[in-house]
Design a protein around this ligand. Structure first.
Ligand code: SPV
Ligand code: MG
Length: 288
């Protein structure tokens, strides 16, 4: 089934990964209880995580060929659908070639956000003033992206930042409709408030006019709201955008400090998976 069809029908969840190991973990994770079986439907390649693992700010400074090398490594350990966050996509020419290249590599979804100029991560909210693109220019970017992809197996997802920038519900709804009319095949409506009420209002208003437009949500700032509630409110795809990377930072810091403090590793061994488990995790070589 094509990715767009999955999105339209879907109540999907995808997980961030930033290297081959996290790609393997996200791809192999499953949960089952009685008749309930869950796994992730795909992988999210996040600009935030791709920046942090390189020790760079999330400001479009990691070049796409560097990111692509890692995406290739992830693809070699996972057959899951992949959505890539390309930030604003840069200028029109940069956007064209980024979308073309990702589409040629079989990427299933590309998210382009409606910011312009120096971009900061959206989770800063209004603390870091940044500019939203004009509707006219962003519509142009959507049509360039549609032309740049090699076929419709790569879904173009327009990301609206009105709620994170304090522009309000009406602006988000207006832009959503404009972006759909420019050809966007799905909308990511970013929201960073704990109740996500504004997000739900925006979805309701947009879906009143375009009931089958797939909606993507990123619940980083509303972690209590369960997927089922998001799906009931019209979300088609939930992105867990940074959780595997966040899972490892504090443990790494603790282990490093403990080894410095104690001059040995036995104090932290119980926090670590055993070397045997590591050996079981690494792929086996080819037997001859
Ligand atoms: C990312 O994961 O890089 C995103 C989502 O763009 S957020 O960090 O919430 O802006
Ligand atoms: Mg990002």
């Amino acid at each position: 089934m094509k990715f767009l069809e999955k999105l339209i029908n879907g109540q999907m969840r995808i997980m961030e990964c930033h290297d081959a190991l996290s790609g393997m973990i996200a791809s192999q994770a499953s949960f089952s209880l009685d008749d309930d079986y869950k796994e992730f439907d795909g992988l999210w390649i996040s600009s935030l995580c791709d920046s942090l693992v390189r020790g760079r700010p999330d400001m479009e400074v990691v070049d796409i060929s560097d990111r692509l090398q890692m995406i290739e490594k992830i693809k070699s350990v996972s057959s899951k659908d992949i959505i890539v966050d390309i930030d604003s996509g840069g200028n029109i020419s940069q956007l064209f070639y980024t979308v073309k290249t990702l589409s040629e590599r079989g990427i299933n979804g590309i998210v382009i956000e409606d910011k312009i100029g120096i971009k900061f991560n959206s989770l800063y909210g209004k603390d870091n003033p940044q500019c939203q693109d004009t509707i006219e220019n962003f519509r142009k970017k959507i049509s360039i992206a549609l032309k740049a992809r090699i076929n419709d197996d790569t879904v173009i997802i327009a990301r609206i930042e009105s709620l994170t920038l304090g522009k309000g519900i009406d602006d988000a709804v207006f832009r959503g409709i404009e972006y759909i009319e420019a050809g966007a095949e799905a909308l990511l409506i970013h929201c960073i408030t704990r109740q996500a009420d504004d997000l739900f209002k925006v979805i309701e208003k947009i879906k009143r006019k375009y009931p089958s437009i797939p909606i993507v949500a990123v619940p980083t700032k509303f972690p209590e709201i369960e997927e089922e509630v998001l799906f009931d409110r019209g979300v088609n795809l939930v992105i867990y955008a940074n959780h595997l990377l966040r899972a490892i930072i504090q443990p790494m810091e603790k282990v490093a400090v403990s080894i410095l403090k104690n001059g040995r590793t036995s104090d932290v061994e119980h926090h670590l998976i055993s070397i045997n488990e590591v050996l079981n995790l690494i792929p086996k070589g080819i037997e001859v």
